[in-house]
Design a protein around this ligand. Structure first.
Ligand code: GSH
Length: 238
C-alpha cells in the first residue's frame, strides 16, 4: 500500500481534503502534527515554504509543500476514482480546486485570524495579516462577509448554468475539487469558529446556493468521506 508522511494541524483547514483523497485512493497517511499546534513537525524549519500541508512519499522520497501539488501528484501517481479522465477534465477540476483555494486564502484564512485573535501583522509566513488593520473586528467581519457572498454567488451562478455540474462540479464523477468544496462549505456551516460568519446570516451562509449545497450533499454521502471525516466538523474549531 502506498504510504506518505503528511504534516498538518489538528483542524479541518487544508488537510482534511488530503485525508479524504488518500482514503479514496488507498494511500496510507503517517500524520505529523506541526508546530504551533503539535510537536511532530516544525513548518518554519522543515517545510521549504514555511507552510503546511507538506508531504513526503515513502516510495521515492518526493517532498511537496503545496496542497494542490500534493493532491495532483497523489491522484496521478496512485490512480483511483478521483483521477481525471483526460486533459480537459484535469483542467476543469484544477480550475474548480483553485476557486476553493482562493476562497480559502482570501475569505476563510482571514476569518481564522479573527477567530484565533491574531492581529500581529506578520504572524504567518505567507501573508500579511491585516484583516483588523482598519476598523477592527466588526468591520473585518463585515468585509469578509461581503467577500464570502460575492464569491459564493459567482460559483453558484457558474455551476447552476453549467450542464456538466450534475451531480458534481464537472459531471457524473466526484473530483478532488468537489472534496475541497465540501470541506470548505461544511467548515463554514458546522465548525465552532465560523459561528461568527453564520451569525451574519442568521443561519447558513450558503443558504442561497442550492447547487453548491447539492454537490456537498453528494460528496457527504460517499462512504470514505463519512469514515474519514467522522465528527471533525463539530470537534475542530476551524
Ligand atoms: N499554497 C499553500 C498555502 C499553504 C498555507 O497557507 N498553509 C497555512 C495553513 S492552511 C499555513 O501553513 N499557515 C502558516 C503560516 O503561513 O505561517 C497550500 O495550499 O499548500
Amino acid at each position: 500500500m502506498p504510504e506518505i508522511d503528511l504534516a498538518y494541524l489538528p483542524v479541518v483547514g487544508r488537510g482534511e481534503q488530503i485525508n479524504i483523497i488518500c482514503a479514496m485512493h488507498g494511500i496510507k497517511i503517517n500524520l505529523l502534527m506541526s508546530k504551533p499546534m503539535g510537536d511532530d513537525f516544525n513548518k518554519d524549519t522543515e517545510a521549504p515554504f514555511g507552510t503546511v500541508p507538506w508531504m513526503k512519499d515513502h516510495a521515492n522520497g518526493l517532498e511537496l509543500n503545496d496542497s494542490m501539488a500534493i493532491v495532483q501528484y497523489l491522484v496521478t501517481k496512485y490512480e483511483g476514482p478521483l483521477t481525471p479522465s483526460d486533459a480537459d477534465q484535469a483542467a476543469r477540476v484544477a480550475m474548480y480546486w483553485s476557486w476553493c483555494q482562493d476562497y480559502y486564502s482570501f475569505v476563510l484564512s482571514p476569518f481564522h485570524d479573527i477567530i484565533t485573535g491574531h492581529n500581529e501583522p506578520f504572524w504567518r509566513n505567507l501573508r500579511l495579516t491585516d484583516t483588523l488593520a482598519e476598523g477592527g473586528k466588526e468591520l473585518g467581519i463585515k468585509n469578509l462577509t461581503t467577500l464570502h457572498t460575492n464569491r459564493a454567488n459567482l460559483l453558484e451562478k457558474n455551476l447552476a448554468a453549467s450542464s456538466a455540474a450534475k451531480p458534481f462540479m464537472t459531471g457524473s464523477s466526484c473530483s478532488y475539487a468537489d472534496i475541497f468544496l465540501y470541506t470548505c462549505v461544511r467548515t463554514v456551516q458546522e465548525t465552532g469558529g465560523f459561528g461568527i460568519l453564520r451569525d451574519e446570516f442568521g443561519d447558513d451562509p450558503f443558504k442561497d446556493c442550492p447547487t453548491i449545497e447539492s454537490i456537498c450533499s453528494e460528496v457527504g454521502s460517499i462512504n470514505e468521506v463519512v469514515q474519514t471525516v467522522g465528527s471533525k466538523f463539530s470537534d475542530c474549531p476551524i
